[in-house]
Design a protein. Structure first.
Length: 90
């Protein structure tokens, strides 16, 4: 009887793990489908936008990149100054 009880426990564990795996795969697949639909919608939007809208969007993107560049250049300057100070102290 103990062997059949252990078998039932194992079956229960297998069923539980299987259910969790199925749910996880379903959630992951759903997320991928949603992401793919969003990408497709964005591509359609870009293809149908006017030249003026496209230029405005690209100008905004450029401004964002310039801000990132300024931030990174500031960090580089700070690191170079720190390195020079350390060399002078040695």
């Amino acid at each position: 009887m103990s062997a059949s009880l252990q078998l039932l426990k194992r079956r229960g564990a297998v069923v539980s793990v299987s259910a969790v795996v199925i749910i996880a795969v379903g959630a992951f697949t759903g997320a991928l489908l949603k992401t793919e639909q969003e990408k497709t919608a964005e591509v359609r939007k870009v293809k149908t936008e006017s030249v003026e809208d496209r230029i405005d969007r690209l100008k905004g993107y450029r401004a964002s990149l310039e801000n990132q560049k300024e931030g990174l250049e500031g960090k580089i300057r700070a690191l170079r100054q720190k390195a020079q100070q350390q060399q002078q102290q040695q």
